[in-house]
Design a protein around this ligand. Structure first.
Ligand code: GTP
Ligand code: MG
Length: 172
């Protein structure tokens, strides 16, 4: 259902963060257009999307900022955390390094944001779990989320699993 025409009383700025290639743009493509592409190109700078969701019976307008994970765009990404109401912090469950780098991302986010902003830690690409030999176990993600006092879930932009749920949970 396209709810884009509804006027929202509430609007939240949500920023996507995490290493390059973890699936931030794919996450938003699934959320906003219900599409997926295997050859998505790397984000340069930052992209912007809007989506209206019904949260507890009320329309909420989400302004979604898709930052670039590549190192050379780090300072641009940083400037968006400052004004964020919430952050979706993604790692790739098939890429251990992207999980290890979560700590760094949390430091950067907490460093630039004035107050404690809610973070949803997201282990993406969970559709690959069956096939891959080495994956970051779900329990590792849960533990890290507890350490940083963030929310946690695992998603797949490919099959759509938990994408909407993750955003709804953060919006709440
Ligand atoms: P940057 O823009 O460089 O920061 O990368 P990104 O985090 O936006 O990653 P992007 O969405 O471009 O996805 C990178 C690659 O991973 C693409 O080839 C996607 O098709 C693939 N991908 C993203 N999400 C998933 C997923 O849930 N499952 C699988 N199997 N592949 C995914
Ligand atoms: Mg991208």
């Amino acid at each position: 259902v396209d709810l884009g025409y509804m006027t929202s009383e509430k609007a939240y700025r949500i920023v996507l963060a995490g290493d390059a290639n973890v699936g931030k743009s794919s996450f938003l493509l699934r959320l906003c257009k219900n599409e997926f592409t295997l050859n998505s190109s790397s984000t340069l700078g930052v992209d912007f999307h809007m989506k209206t969701l019904i949260v507890d019976g009320e329309p909420v307008l989400l302004q979604l900022w898709d930052t670039a994970g590549q190192e050379r765009f780090r300072s641009i990404a940083k400037s968006y955390f400052r004004r964020a109401d919430g952050v979706l912090l993604l790692y790739d469950v098939t890429c251990e390094q992207s999980f290890l780098n979560v700590r760094e991302w949390v430091d950067v986010i907490e460093d630039v944001s004035q107050e404690d902003i809610p973070i949803m830690l997201v282990g993406n690409k969970c559709d690959l779990r069956k096939g891959e030999v080495s994956c970051v176990p779900t329990s590792y993600g849960q533990k890290l989320a507890m350490t940083y006092n963030t929310l946690f879930c695992e998603t797949s932009a490919k099959d759509g699993c938990n994408i909407l749920e993750a955003v709804l949970h953060l919006a709440r």
